[in-house]
Design a protein around this ligand. Structure first.
Ligand code: ATP
Length: 438
């Protein structure tokens, strides 16, 4: 399968099966934002839950936070975003389309849309923050920004969280939330959009221990991606060269995935030093020091940041799970999602719509639902068709109630990946599934 093809196939599968829709599609769409449908919202939630579990629930040293999207405008002056959160932009003199100047397609100076040679002048800097107004007056004093990253909400709450939770350094603060960037050239489906979700964790450490903690988080985050079932050979680190380093970073490494359109970042781990807290201390006039009473020390902590895009991770998970294969002489499309991530865990089928089979199947289906194991009941079409529909949705197990169920009380459970079927007592289905989800 050509790699570029894979992207088209994924986009079409996502629409067909209700993972991802174009935003405002009936109005022609926006091209730069996407909506998550019934299966997509479950997959996204499962990814966020897995992150929250690993980063907050399983740890004593990380606290959660949910800061607001709108913040005091001075925050973005302190963070450097007002001045420096820019991309170079060029405009075609013929068709007036605008592009990010560093796009590889622009090499040679020809406009990739209308083909005009030598189409571009000097790039100018374009700020990526969305602006809006707070309150009824639209003047400069009421201008605010939609946050372009969730991190700043954590920094300004650093002392609130530390005091309330009585954490001692080293400790972290984690949050998942929306971020907005007015990207000049969004694209590649949900890879680069103007509204997206980030899962970020800022880990506050004593200066001097930062390099060690950087290595720790680099490794821990790589392991987390493996724990989602992503293939090892599709993941790699990319360390930023001094030219690539952001203004706040002492060191930065990306975790990249080999997407159908090439190796690209989907998580960044950054050593942000004391840049952010020092700047907020300076701009707010409030002390943001940590006091280590037993050691009789006070200092501004260094920050190790882990920042992953939820939407990009979802694209990684889908691209990594997508397979086309021949099964019993027929082609099937299957999403080999890790069961914990699958939007539907179990599908339940009566082999035929008679002889009391639907009643037994419905009982199993309801029992699963009541236990919060997402189950889908399907009695329409041939059993082969029903399997295919679930394969495409990434459902790991299909339960079929058949004639033998009346004789010995068992049903078959078919595994999505191995296609093997086992017979399990009808009352044992929930337990069987739970053991495999744990
Ligand atoms: P890029 O170089 O791709 O623009 P970045 O280096 O600006 O990304 P960061 O600011 O480090 O990205 O943001 C951390 C993570 O947030 C990224 O690794 C990515 O997963 C996600 N992210 C950033 N921008 C977008 C976007 N426009 N759409 C979707 N996700 C994004």
């Amino acid at each position: 399968m050509a790699e570029i093809d894979l992207m088209d196939k994924l986009v079409s599968l996502c629409k067909r099966r209700g993972f991802v829709f174009q935003s405002s599609e009936i109005y022609g769409g926006t091209g730069s934002v996407w909506d998550y449908g019934p299966l997509g919202v479950e997959l996204k939630r499962a990814i966020k839950d897995a992150w929250w579990k690993a980063m907050v629930l399983e740890r004593d040293d990380i606290e959660g936070l949910d800061a607001a999207i709108l913040m005091h405008p001075r925050v973005w002056e302190a963070s450097g975003h007002v001045e420096g959160f820019t991309d170079p932009l060029v405009e075609c003199r013929e068709c007036r389309r605008r592009f990010r100047a560093d796009l590889p397609e622009l090499e040679g100076g020809r406009c990739p849309v209308c083909g005009t040679p030598d189409a571009f002048g000097e790039p100018r800097l374009f700020n990526l923050m969305f602006k809006t107004f707070m309150g009824p007056v639209e003047d400069a004093a009421s201008q605010v920004y939609l946050r372009p990253e969730t991190a700043q909400g954590i920094y300004v709450n650093f002392l609130n969280v530390q005091t309330a939770s009585r954490q001692k350094i080293p400790f972290g603060i984690a949050q998942i939330g929306k971020a907005f960037r007015n990207e000049i050239t969004p694209g590649n489906f949900i890879f680069r959009t103007r509204e997206f979700e980030q899962a970020e964790m800022q880990y506050f450490v004593e200066p001097g221990t930062d390099e060690e903690w950087f290595e720790y988080w680099k490794e821990a985050r790589f392991q987390w991606h493996l724990s989602l079932g992503i293939r090892r050979e599709k993941l790699r680190f990319h360390e930023h060269t001094p030219q690539e380093l952001a203004h706040y970073a002492k060191k930065a490494v990306d975790i990249e995935y080999e997407f159908p359109f090439g190796w690209k970042e989907f998580e960044g781990i950054h050593n942000r030093t004391d840049f952010d807290l020092s700047r907020h201390q300076e701009y707010s006039g409030k002390r943001l020091e940590y006091i280590d009473a037993p050691a009789n020390k006070r200092f501004i902590p260094y920050v190790i940041e882990t920042s992953v895009g939820v939407d990009r991770t979802l694209l990684v998970v889908l691209a990594d799970a997508y397979r086309e294969e021949m099964v019993e002489g027929e082609e099937r499309v299957v999403l080999s999602l890790k069961p914990a991530l699958a939007p539907i865990k179990v599908a339940v089928f009566p082999l035929v719509k008679k002889d009391g089979l639907p009643e037994i199947a419905e009982r199993i289906h309801k029992e699963l639902r009541a236990a919060a194991v997402s189950s889908f009941y399907d009695d329409s079409g041939s059993i082969g068709r029903r399997y295919r529909r679930q394969d495409e949705a990434g459902t790991p197990w299909c339960v079929t109630v058949d004639g033998q169920t009346h004789q010995d009380g068992t049903v078959t459970i078919r595994d999505r990946d191995t296609l093997q079927q086992v017979r399990v007592p009808a009352e044992g289905v929930l337990k069987w599934v739970r053991e495999r989800l744990a």
